[in-house]
Write a protein that binds this ligand. Structure first.
Ligand SMILES: [Cu+2]
Length: 148
């Protein structure tokens, strides 16, 4: 009986406790004038990431350095636990990748879709996908977000 209770309790804990990004360090490269980048950084911090921001003249060299294919490019480039994070990727997908430890180069949300974290404009939410990419530049859908 006691074992059953312990198993039940463990199940409740693992299914109801949110994954926490507390203490996970992330470096973000953005241009000084990028407002949506700053809003995305606030989203990361609100979800517990320990973010350090560096303003740079252009993020293109950082995409190249961290293996982000230019065709998946967006407005900012982050680095967390060895993964590249390009564009307005939701914190939950970053956390999911970090916790999984999957063999990948990183995640990207190409362009700047309306309604993604940091790209809130009124109530408008366009459909977009978070892409997982490897060192060869092959990308697959990691998570799709529907339009609202
Ligand atoms: Cu942006």
């Amino acid at each position: 009986m006691r074992n059953i209770l312990q198993i039940a309790l463990a199940t409740v804990l693992t299914t109801t406790l949110p994954l926490s990004a507390a203490g996970i360090k992330m470096q973000v490269y953005k241009t000084a004038t990028c407002g949506c980048c700053a809003k995305w950084v606030e989203h990361l911090k609100a979800n517990g990431f320990d973010v350090t921001v560096e303003n740079v003249p252009s993020t293109a060299p950082y995409r190249a350095k961290h293996g982000v294919p230019e065709k998946l490019g967006s407005c900012h480039t982050g680095v967390v636990n060895g993964y590249a994070v390009e564009g307005h990727v939701p914190a939950r997908e970053i956390l999911r990748l970090v916790k999984s430890g999957a063999k990948a180069k990183g995640l990207a949300v190409p362009g700047m879709p309306m309604g993604s974290p940091g790209m809130e404009v009124g109530d408008r939410v366009d459909a977009y996908s978070v892409l997982l990419f490897d060192a060869a530049g092959n990308a697959s859908v990691y998570q799709s977000y529907p339009a609202k």
